[in-house]
Design a protein around this ligand. Structure first.
Ligand SMILES: [Zn+2]
Length: 271
């Protein structure tokens, strides 16, 4: 029979394993030096990294180390996960977390990477409740069950190029942030009610403006795809904020201010 002291010791040990050990292992992973070839990959595939101030570079490297420690990568259709794949995806995803007191995608467990656009089954309910089963070719997909799926050729298309407003990694990870609130509806976690109110006012107005632009085929800084629904609007606005920052600030100053307040960076400082 176990003594009271024995029970106490076992419980204490159990608590240590459950809470202290994961934290210790994470801190150890973060404390490891950032390999030189990792920095080389960042400079090549995320050129803005070289232009960021030192404190942001250090933050980014720390976030990347945590991301790589916590998340699993899985190659699909024979695709090989290399350091370049891991660093590029982790680096871009971590850009969305700079300067913010947030956890590193707590619900995300796995990133699945296909060599190129992949086919995903789709079920759509049409008029009269008729359900159609079909397939859709996708470059990326974000699930609230802890998965992000990406096509590497589409990820690479944005590497090193002049910003064109599109970045599938920024897009899908914006959906992940959106999901953290419990619903993927274009409103990520914000600090207080007043912030939700002003976010909702600005986003609704800007979303309606983009819908109008899409309908009338009027030129817009934001891709028309953002007019699909509020969740896609937030993902497209995020891509635009990081990729076409100056144009967004000039033509959509209120939207720009909301995103700058949320992301806590001004990419004009490094673009
Ligand atoms: Zn999307």
């Amino acid at each position: 029979m176990m003594t009271l002291f024995g029970i106490f010791t076992v419980t204490l040990f159990g608590l240590l394993v459950a809470f202290a050990l994961p934290k210790f292992l994470l801190q150890r992973a973060i404390a490891r030096p950032f390999p030189a070839h990792f920095s080389k990959i960042l400079r090549k595939n995320i050129p803005v990294y070289s232009r960021m101030p030192t404190d942001l570079q250090l933050q980014l490297k720390r976030l990347i180390k945590q991301f790589l420690y916590e998340k699993k990568f899985l190659g699909c259709d024979g695709f090989e996960i290399t350091d370049e794949v891991r660093l590029t995806i982790a680096g871009k995803a971590s850009m969305l977390l700079l300067n913010r007191s947030t956890r590193v995608y707590p619900d995300l467990k796995m990133i699945l990477v296909y060599p190129s656009a992949f086919i995903a089954p789709r079920i759509e309910t049409g008029v009269g409740g008729i359900v159609t089963h079909g397939n859709q070719t996708l470059s990326g997909e974000s699930w609230s069950d802890g998965r992000v799926i990406l096509a590497w050729d589409h990820v690479q298309k944005n590497n090193g190029n002049l910003p064109d407003g599109h970045d599938v990694v920024l897009h899908e990870f914006a959906h992940q942030l959106d999901s953290e609130s419990g619903r993927t509806n274009g409103a990520p976690l914000l600090n207080n009610k007043a912030r939700y109110r002003s976010w909702s006012e600005t986003m609704s107005r800007e979303f309606a403006m983009l819908q109008h632009s899409a309908e009338t085929q009027t030129e817009s800084v934001l891709d028309y795809y953002g007019a699909t629904n509020p969740a896609e609007f937030f993902a497209v606005a995020t891509e635009t904020f990081f990729e076409k920052t100056t144009q967004l600030a000039r033509y959509h100053p209120h939207l720009f201010d909301q995103l700058r307040a949320y992301y806590q960076v001004d990419p004009r400082d490094w673009n």
